[in-house]
Write a protein that binds this ligand. Structure first.
Ligand SMILES: NC(=O)c1ccc[n+]([C@@H]2O[C@H](COP(=O)([O-])OP(=O)(O)OC[C@H]3O[C@@H](n4cnc5c(N)ncnc54)[C@H](O)[C@@H]3O)[C@@H](O)[C@H]2O)c1
Length: 330
């Protein structure tokens, strides 16, 4: 079976490509390398000893995308490509709407015209806005607080409408919680350009002295120690969720949370990172950041029951692997 992986050179995409190759799938990657590097392909080869076909194309270019579909005869698509920085999306909303929506609409149009009906889409827990209770279930009300989140919600709506119009589509929407960690080999991990937006890459850069100090946004939330609580999941558990989604596929529109079901505060994450890696992470408490919510963690019961999803890695593994990736690549 041949899978088109959009954004396959990125953080989650590259780990998923490794899983797909290890499971015997053929893989075609389309990535414009806007937020990733070409050497990821060599690293995937090193880990799996298998080749992928790569196109450095922008999904917003419909002609190029058609060329891929006509050459490759793919059976299914996993759609990771997109811009993902919440703060940047607030300052550059048009860039986010243009990239994330045009690319997805092009992809779906190409799928329809080449009769490819199976897609797994990367959505996000951000579509739950400020949840009224925890853990978050898939049928909770949806809302967003920033343009990035709105692109995810709009794409979910587009997929829903597409399925209504043509119910031979097999659509799986995966709502990720907070992926961290890295591949055991130290070859693949999260390697953002510039100042990181997410907590773990920031912690790592403070630990390696690339950044001076971690700002912890607020310590007066109603949580275990006042700092924000999130559901961190090892990227390898998350990536394997995509293999399970492909294996369990059948016509329909299915939505699953991918998280561990456990909440961890910012300070708990910092302390665990310091302990397992034997390093110091300097931090200071600053004002709450606008738009942040106190706590967010998943109910993953549906993914467990229907996909057989079962996260293997704990917080210590996540902290160890995140740091190992950066040390290996310094
Ligand atoms: N990492 C997270 O915390 C998180 C959480 C929830 C959801 N997601 C979603 O999961 C997906 C993957 O996230 P990630 O962390 O691997 O991000 P990433 O930035 O590492 O990977 C995305 C990849 O898509 C590529 N890309 C972007 N726009 C493109 C376009 N128009 N054409 C071709 N390639 C394009 C980038 O170059 C990059 O390699 C994204 O859609 C993201 O919104 C991520």
């Amino acid at each position: 079976m041949k899978i088109l992986v959009t954004g396959g050179c990125g953080f989650i995409g590259s780990h998923t490509v490794v899983d797909l190759l290890n499971e015997g799938y053929e893989v075609v990657i389309v990535d414009n390398l806007y937020n990733s590097k070409i050497d990821v392909l060599d690293k995937i080869k090193k880990i799996t000893n298998k080749d992928v076909t790569f196109y450095q194309y922008d999904l917003c270019d419909y002609e190029k995308l058609q060329e891929v579909f006509s050459k490759e005869k793919v059976d299914a698509v996993i759609h990771f490509a997109g811009l993902k920085a919440v703060g940047e999306s607030v300052n550059k909303p048009l860039m986010y709407y243009e990239n994330n929506l045009f690319s997805t609409i092009n992809l779906l149009k190409a799928m329809k015209s080449y009769n490819v009906k199976k897609i797994v889409f990367s959505s996000s827990a951000t579509v739950y806005g400020s949840p009224k209770s925890l853990p978050i279930k898939e049928d909770f009300p949806l809302s967003t607080t920033n343009p990035y989140g709105t692109t995810k919600l709009m794409i979910e709506q587009i997929l829903t409408d597409l399925y209504k119009a043509d119910n031979s589509f097999d659509i799986t929407i995966l709502r990720y919680f907070n992926p961290i960690g890295a591949h055991k080999s130290g070859l693949l991990g999260e390697d953002p350009n510039g100042i990181p937006n997410n907590l773990m890459p920031y912690i790592v850069k403070v630990a390696t002295r690339e950044l001076p100090i971690l700002n912890v946004f607020g310590n007066d939330y109603e949580t275990v120690d006042g700092t924000g609580v999130r559901d961190y999941i090892h990227v390898c558990d998350l990536s394997y969720g995509h293999v399970l989604a492909l294996k369990n596929s059948k016509s329909g529109l299915k939505i699953y949370n991918l998280g561990t079901g456990h909440g961890t505060s910012v300070l708990e994450l910092v302390k665990t990172f310091e302990k397992v890696n034997n390093v110091k992470v300097n931090y200071k408490i600053v004002e709450r950041r606008e738009g942040d919510i106190a706590s967010c963690y998943a109910s993953n019961d549906k993914a467990k029951e229907e996909l057989g999803f079962s996260p293997k890695y704990n917080l210590e593994d996540m902290c160890r692997d995140s740091y190992n990736f950066v040390k290996t690549n310094q």
